[in-house]
Design a protein around this ligand. Structure first.
Ligand code: FAD
Length: 481
């Protein structure tokens, strides 16, 4: 469920039904994969596959702000990498904004694209000085930043805004991209890649039934299942956020985000004369907090939301990298990846698509060097103990403490050496799953609100009957006696 898919994307609903050969295989049809397909549409024999439907990954539950004023990201990059990387990142984000503007204009995509000011605010007194430093950096780079009060009633100790930022509906954007490219290439939905094999001249990529032979492969599947050359688990962690969509009287025409954790953020969206506020809060590393109902209640409190106005609530997760820069580029010969957007995938997904298309078409891209996915820098060493602790905690936590006090109607059992978990629904029907994520073996956390089993390690998700609805897992965990 999401505010963006009130209307389904209209596609031909093609599913792969035979072995095929292509120049470029793009795995994943979110904002990254679809925009990349758009950039390659006239030059290569391209095919896009998605295990689900177009745009039904992380892109579906995004808040869709197109913004370069991203909390305190630039001061973080200065600390974690250096100032020149921060300057390059700022330029790349502005370049990505111009790139998406250009696509939307040239293709006349009707996606509720709108210019609105974006605020960053200090939600604690102790955040005022660090936020001032971020603003100083932006001003030094020639950005016009205004000190201004937030237009709504969120508690703020200081707030600043920039005015050249945007919002849109990402699913309408993907519909526009689909309409433009579908005659040039095959886009296979419900087609999951479960294995990639490297040969001398090409890759063989396997779905459960068929093989795609591809000269080049791009992994645009958010958290990649195939991580061996890349070691993503020790270079990142997963952040989860809680989103509530509620009806409001007035569109205040702005977006905002707090400068530090816990993140508070909101924007507005108008659809068929109804105005919605999309409120997000309580972001946290999935290793540490797991009571979803508690976090949804906190979002209600923080934004002072009235239960009767709430239309829908959902969670979303993104990959946070330890140096705050995405991983975009070449992984090995003819294999590319774009992920690790630190919750800024509307710009970074476009940037990833542009950089990788330039690489595939042998063009130079002036931003590519800072995003090299195989990079190793000082933050890798500094943050390693935290990453190892959080990965161990997410791996062992659910194994050691299963019976959380807030769990209702869940039981854990063992059968023939297998860990099982059973959820009893409101009609008293039992749903049993094998309580082990097929990706790397983590035990799962029950998401009371959305009624899913979620992996705290790398954010795979499963229905109560064990069907995998989000990767990196490529397998189900259904249990049959
Ligand atoms: C709460 C929240 C709010 C956010 N808000 C913003 C915002 O306001 N602005 C912003 O810039 N960013 C925001 N982001 C970040 C942004 O939404 C994501 O970074 C971005 O959507 C990721 O896009 P993607 O295309 O890389 O991945 P996805 O959209 O996840 O696409 C990947 C696709 O790959 C498919 N797939 C996975 N595995 C396989 C497989 N094995 N075979 C075939 N297909 C596969 C999936 O089905 C999926 O459709 C937010 C993130 C969160 C968590």
């Amino acid at each position: 469920m999401s505010i963006w898919n009130k209307k389904e994307i209209k596609t031909k609903k093609e599913i792969l039904k035979s072995d095929i050969e292509v120049d470029v295989l793009i795995i994943g049809a979110g904002i990254t994969g679809m925009t990349l397909a758009y950039y390659l549409r006239n030059n290569k024999n391209v095919c896009v596959v998605d295990s689900s439907k177009i745009g039904h990954g992380v892109t579906l539950n995004t808040t869709a702000k197109i913004n370069y004023f991203q909390g305190k990201i630039y001061t973080k990059i200065i600390k974690q990498v250096n100032k020149s990387a921060a300057i390059k990142y700022l330029k790349s984000e502005r370049y990505a904004i111009n790139s998406i503007k250009k696509i939307i204009k040239e293709e006349a995509i009707d996606c509720d694209f709108k210019r609105v000011p974006s605020f960053v605010f200090a939600n604690k007194q102790s955040e005022v000085e660090p936020l001032k430093k971020e603003v100083e950096f932006l001003k030094e780079q020639g950005i016009k930043v205004y000190e201004k009060d937030l237009p709504n009633k969120i508690t703020s100790y200081k707030s600043y805004c920039v005015k050249d930022t945007y919002i849109f509906n990402p699913i309408k954007y993907l519909q526009g991209i689909y309409n433009k490219i579908e005659s040039n290439m095959h886009i296979y939905e419900n087609t999951k890649i479960i294995k990639i094999e490297k040969l001398w001249t090409h890759y063989n990529c396997y779905t459960p039934k068929y093989k795609i032979k591809a000269k080049k492969v791009v992994i645009a599947s958010h958290y990649p299942y195939f991580t061996i050359p890349f070691y993503l688990p020790i270079k990142s962690y997963i952040e989860k956020s809680y989103i509530i969509v509620s009806k409001v009287e007035k569109d205040l025409n702005f977006t905002c985000i707090s400068s530090s954790n816990p993140t508070y953020s909101c924007r507005f969206y108008e659809d068929n004369d109804t105005i919605y506020q999309i409120s997000l809060a309580e972001s946290h590393n999935t290793a540490f907090k797991q009571n979803d109902l508690y976090h949804f209640n906190r979002v209600k409190e923080i934004f002072n939301l009235n239960s009767k106005d709430i239309v829908m609530s959902y969670t979303n997760t993104d990959i946070m990298t330890i140096d705050s820069l995405p991983y975009i580029g070449k992984l090995k010969t003819n294999m590319y990846i774009s992920c690790g957007y630190n919750t800024w995938g509307m710009t970074n997904g476009i940037l990833g698509a542009k950089i990788i298309s330039d690489m595939i078409l042998n063009r130079n891209n002036r931003y590519a060097s800072i995003f090299n996915p195989t990079r190793f820098n000082k933050s890798n060493i500094k943050e390693l103990p935290y990453i190892i602790f959080s990965q161990t905690k997410s791996f062992l936590g659910p194994k050691l403490i299963k019976n959380k006090p807030w769990y209702k109607n869940i039981t854990f059992t063992k059968e023939g050496g297998k860990s099982l978990a059973t959820y009893i629904d409101k009609n008293n029907v039992k749903h049993t799953i094998i309580n082990k994520c097929p990706h790397l073996g983590c035990n799962l956390i029950f998401n009371e609100k959305e009624k899913t089993w979620d992996c705290p390690c790398h954010s795979s998700r499963f229905t109560v009957d064990g069907k995998c609805i989000k990767g990196p897992s490529v397998y189900d965990i259904s249990y049959k006696k």
